[in-house]
Ligand binder design. Structure first.
Ligand SMILES: Cc1ncc(COP(=O)(O)O)c(C=O)c1O
Length: 190
């Protein structure tokens, strides 16, 4: 069974504590506005569903399906948009007091999690288009130059963050950039 069909499945009892009642308490005016029953999917971590961190259940199964499809070792579903997962990745990358190298166009979610976790961002500059004023996608030559200018003995780096695509939707070739980071034994998150 898929997650979506499980979430819309009818159960004998529909109140799960604490406070998961499948939308039963939503204001009637809001319910009338929407075509499908809102909040129907509001279920807790039932054994059948599990959670992004459990080994069994529908979530674990579909995470495995996704990671197999894209050839990744693991896949984790997240909540709170891209920001939630970006922040989890940053926390996984560096401990408080450590440095992460990142371009100056990182999303505000990265800056916020660095501030909260006391991680030091080391920013590097980017090329930008004089016509649009937008940052251009980073190239291998650009990243190698950034590495050349840094004194890694003074600035120990826990990892590198790359932004791809950027806020304006520009995307470059990530593979040579990731190779570049891995050659220096840096964890890379893009
Ligand atoms: C490059 C980049 N990273 C992260 C985000 C955050 O995404 P979300 O709003 O899904 O948390 C955005 C949003 O525009 C973005 O442009």
């Amino acid at each position: 069974m898929s997650i979506s069909s499980f979430l819309t499945k009818k159960f004998l009892k529909s109140s799960f504590f604490p406070a998961h009642n499948r939308g039963a308490a939503l204001p009637k005016k809001l319910v009338q506005l929407l075509k499908n029953p809102p909040g129907y999917w509001d279920l807790p971590e039932l054994p059948e569903i599990g959670s992004p961190l459990s080994q069994f259940g529908l979530i674990a199964k579909s995470q495995r399906e996704f990671s197999d499809k894209i050839g990744a070792k693991r896949c984790f579903f997240g909540v709170n948009g891209a920001s939630g997962l970006i922040q989890s990745a940053v926390i996984a990358m560096a401990n408080p007091g450590e440095n992460i190298l990142m371009p100056r166009n990182v999303h505000i979610s990265v800056i916020k999690i660095c501030a909260m976790q006391d991680i030091n961002p080391i920013f590097f500059d980017l090329e930008f288009s004089t016509i649009t004023g937008h940052y251009k996608p980073i190239t291998k030559i650009w990243l190698e130059n950034v590495f050349k200018k840094l004194n890694f003995d003074e600035n120990k780096i826990a990892g590198v963050i790359l932004v791809n695509p950027s806020y304006q939707g520009y995307a470059g070739d990530l593979e040579p950039l990731i190779d570049c980071c891995h050659k220096k034994k840096f964890t890379c998150f893009s």
